[in-house]
Write a protein that binds this ligand. Sequence first.
Ligand SMILES: [Zn+2]
Length: 164
Amino acid sequence: MFVAGAEESAWRTTVADQERLRVQTRRPLVDSALTEQQLGLKQAEERLYRDYIHRLAKASPDYPNYQYLCRLCSVHIENVQGAHKHIKEKRHKKNITEKQEENELRALPPPSAAQISALDRTVTQTALRFGLSDDDFAARQSAVRRMERTVQERLPGNDTLTRG
Ligand SMILES: [Zn+2]
């Protein structure tokens, strides 16, 4: 036999390359040609998508066997079963709760003009009812002065009590 070693290994490389290419270019499922199994997978993936788990269009070279990625937790996941398991993990649940809260806050509409003016009225009324008027302030100041005088009369030379 006269098979050149270099030629043979070149052929092997080509097959390996083709296989890699085939895995990498795995097309997303097309609606029109779905088997029942594929339909189940598609529904499962749609459900996972709501949990922020996305199918990778292209497997990462570091994790060739991992088909999914949880975008919340930044972890690679092997398959649908693994994804269902991941959803039940404490870390993922915590991340998803935080994400939902964030989404709700972002979705809050800004206050309307009516709401702002209602708040303005409430603050003004409360200030008028419970706030300190100029008369109140003057009355308090004169009370402090009277107290100071009294203290100084009883304790000559010591005016730090009301100032310190
Ligand atoms: Zn996660």
